[in-house]
Write a protein that binds this ligand. Structure first.
Ligand SMILES: Cc1cc2nc3c(=O)[nH]c(=O)nc-3n(C[C@H](O)[C@H](O)[C@H](O)COP(=O)(O)O)c2cc1C
Length: 398
């Protein structure tokens, strides 16, 4: 008892000392086995896009305005038509319950408390119904992958609808899984199969191991007898996901959902136009966090083209590489309506469960508040294209 209280205090202290998202990443690295940390952290191929997603924010600079009354500020906005306390949401991420016991509930609770949307992945450990029951009041979205088994897929849509998820987020950039070499090298499977190389590592991560052993995770939305024995994520994707999907299929699926629909995984302006044509309310501009095709543009680089193509007919959420409040500000100035984060909240989750996710949201909220104030923008709607320019261009006022 005394030992667990001491550990809790240590976790509190470590969290309080985490000043940035980068600090949370280091805490997650300490708690997770290497293979699990790498599954979150890694990307496809040479991880060029993974690095670019963060680095490409440096291609832009913010242009502050001074002598503006910024004494009364608000970061409130709307996302997919509903009020959100921040221009920020938690992106869908598979296996969250593998990083922390009941990880999906922890993340959904933190998002609900912060007043921002949480999107549950098809590949969640907790089921659609379990998350809805545990977090009935938050703004919940459900992310859907196209499954070969259309009956099963339609059943998932119905389950999400019946469980009160308001928004359907259709991910279209995973015809097959990207080649993630870290996962192949680490022989990452779920459940983790201990090998000689990983046993020592697992032994050094007793808290993570105890959590997993107390409730061995499966895939909550696939639990039928023939779907239990899932090994690597790539195998799971190859056996169940449908690579033959076209825009006609997406349009048909859109018809099944009564509420707002989000198309996630768009990078090309022509695809953004297609998504608008089939009636998407939101385009999630995303390269899946650099986990799918390597050498594609960072979302922030693709943003101006996609915003121009959409022409105000849908909201554009920038997804990928957001690590600072200033990143969110740049995305808003370039025309995004909000941003979503994957790894930043997963690092918080892996470090300290719900409190860690809250810490990740709080860090970004405080950074955004500080940056908005110093930019001379008191409200989200005050942030415009005049507040940003390409780094290499001359000063806007010259
Ligand atoms: C561990 C992990 C699992 C993910 N699982 C899913 C998923 O199930 N469905 C999905 O649409 N995107 C998934 N993504 C991608 C995220 O939704 C998001 O696009 C990406 O994490 C954004 O980049 P960021 O991590 O730099 O914020 C996953 C990302 C990570 C890191």
């Amino acid at each position: 008892m005394a030992e667990s209280a001491a550990k809790t205090t240590r976790t509190h202290r470590a969290l309080a000392g985490a000043l940035s998202i980068a600090d949370l990443r280091l805490l997650a690295r300490r708690r997770l086995p290497r293979a699990v940390f790498d599954f979150i952290d890694g990307g496809a191929g040479d991880e060029v896009t993974l690095r670019d997603n963060e680095a490409a924010f440096r291609d832009w600079v913010l242009l502050p305005r001074v002598a503006v009354d910024v004494s009364r500020r608000s970061m409130q906005t709307t996302i997919a038509g509903n009020r959100s306390e921040l221009p920020l949401m938690l992106a869908p991420t598979g296996l969250a319950g593998f990083f922390w016991p009941s990880g999906e509930m922890a993340a959904a609770s933190a998002a609900a408390a912060a007043g921002i949307p949480f999107c549950l992945s098809t590949n969640s450990v907790a089921s659609i119904e379990a998350v809805a029951k545990a977090v009935p009041d938050g703004e919940r979205w459900f992310q859907l992958y196209f499954l070969k088994d259309r009956d099963w897929m339609h059943a998932l849509v119905k389950r999400a609808k019946d469980s009160g998820y308001r928004v359907l987020c259709i991910t279209v950039d995973l015809a097959v899984q990207g080649r993630r070499e870290r996962d192949v090298r680490n022989a990452f499977t779920m459940p983790l199969r201990p090998r000689a190389a990983t046993i020592l590592d697992l032994a050094r991560r007793p808290r993570w191991l105890a959590g997993v052993l107390s409730s061995p995770p499966g895939l909550g939305n696939f639990e039928t007898p023939d779907r239990r024995h899932f090994t690597s994520v790539a195998q799971h994707v190859a056996s169940l996901f449908d690579p033959s999907v076209t825009w006609d299929d997406v349009a048909r699926l859109r018809e099944l959902w009564p509420g707002p629909v989000v198309i996630k995984g768009v990078l090309h302006p022509d695809d953004a136009r297609k998504a608008v044509e089939i009636g998407a309310q939101v385009i999630m501009l995303s390269n899946h966090g650099g986990r799918q095709l390597d050498h594609v543009p960072a979302p922030i680089s693709a943003l101006p083209g996609v915003v121009a193509a959409v022409g105000g007919r849908a909201e554009v959420i920038l997804d990928g590489g957001v690590r600072r409040g200033t990143d969110i500000l740049m995305a808003l100035a370039l025309g995004a309506s909000a941003c979503s984060i994957g790894r930043p909240f997963l690092w918080g989750l892996a470090a300290a469960g719900q409190e860690g996710v809250t810490r990740a949201i709080t860090i970004l909220r405080d950074e955004l508040d500080n940056a908005m104030t110093l930019l001379g923008t008191a409200q989200i709607g005050d942030v415009t294209a005049t507040h940003v320019q390409a780094r290499r261009a001359g000063p806007a006022w010259a």
